[in-house]
Write a protein that binds this ligand. Structure first.
Ligand code: ASP
Length: 335
């Protein structure tokens, strides 16, 4: 029988409705007892690490999850993490970046609380255990939801309540759980290059942009002493002129600035030459975040700066052609 270590952190999967709203109340042992038959096909070890909604998890908690996985990985065939759905993709991506273990790690959760009609927790856990124990899934970090296996690098929550909550955009699914077993659409493997950072020592904030945004949020963040900023820019990476001025000052103050796009798909690129255009930002010294959404770029920048990388290391880690993506361009691929 294959063995799986389960680390529970809270979230809706463990929640029940109280007078004050839904909160995590059920331990992993209680969930395992309630999910009749779900745990029967694997030799399972249960560990309760936290009992929190994922909106309350901090980078200290992410480090603790990583440490528990490292400790368990030598003795099991796979690891499953029960997690709130709100930030599951950030934790999954963090683990994908920092873990160097030889077993798959599969995160799952639920959109419906444990005491709702037809909760989705049991089926999601069954799928996650099956994926973590699957012969063909050797390593990497994944999110299993609604019978679909997503790569940590690609997955994003696209619906706040529907059971079909996750999407991998243009990357597509890794696999789907069918009545015949898992149907693989691609080789199950990590899409991220490992960055050796055991602890998060850097501070990084995300600043959004829209019509009328000025540079005040960036200036305040710099005054607070952040090490890095992710500016979620418009289109191909353009911002209003005052935002560009604030970015330039931040870089002069040795803050590393990563520019992402608020578009759901596509990369940042220095096409436009206005004062706040991505070409001007490139000349000012920003790092382009390729197609990473801002919240995942923040995780990557936290890890990269905590690994004591300098700006060139950070730039290389975010650059096109790095393994942190299936899609990439090389210098000579485009005439
Ligand atoms: N607020 C919950 C959380 O992220 C939502 C969920 O788990 O579905 O913990």
């Amino acid at each position: 029988m294959r063995s799986v270590h389960v680390v529970a952190t809270g979230g809706t999967i463990a929640s029940t409705s109280t007078g004050a709203g839904a909160v995590p109340t059920e331990s992993v042992q209680e969930l395992a007892a309630a999910y009749s038959g779900v745990f029967d096909r694997v030799d399972v070890r249960l560990e309760q690490l936290t009992q929190l909604p994922s909106s309350e998890l901090t980078t200290d908690d992410l480090e603790a999850i990583g440490d528990r996985i490292r400790a368990a990985a030598a003795d099991v065939d796979g690891v499953v993490v029960f997690h709130g759905t709100d930030t599951i993709e950030e934790t999954a991506y963090y683990l994908d970046l920092v873990l160097d273990v030889d077993v798959p790690v599969v995160l799952t959760g639920a959109q419906r609380t444990h005491d709702e009609i037809s909760p989705d927790g049991p089926a999601n856990v069954r799928g996650a255990l099956d994926a973590a124990a699957h012969d063909h899934v050797q390593d990497g970090v994944y999110v299993l939801f609604n019978e679909q296996l997503h790569a940590a690098r690609a997955v994003t929550k696209r619906h706040s309540s529907n059971l079909d909550a996750y999407d991998s955009g243009d990357y597509g699914l890794v696999a789907e759980r069918t009545p015949e077993g898992f149907w693989f659409y691609r080789r199950p493997e990590s899409l991220s290059a490992t960055i050796p950072a055991r602890t998060i020592t850097a501070t990084v904030e995300v600043v959004t942009t829209s019509t009328d945004t000025d540079g005040s949020a960036i200036r305040h963040a710099v005054d607070r002493g952040v090490d890095g900023l992710v500016v979620d820019a418009l289109g191909l990476g353009n911002v209003p002129t005052d935002v560009a001025s604030a970015i330039e000052s931040a870089i002069d103050d040795d803050v590393v600035v990563v520019v992402t796009t608020r578009c759901r798909d596509g990369v940042v690129s220095p096409v436009y030459g206005s004062d706040g255009g991505a070409k001007a930002l490139e000349e000012a010294g920003v790092v382009f975040g390729s197609d990473l959404p801002a919240h995942k770029a923040r995780i990557k920048l936290l890890v990269a700066l905590s690994a004591r990388g300098d700006i060139d290391d950070v730039r290389a880690l975010f650059g096109s052609g790095q393994r942190d993506s299936y899609g990439y361009v090389t210098a000579d691929s485009d005439p």
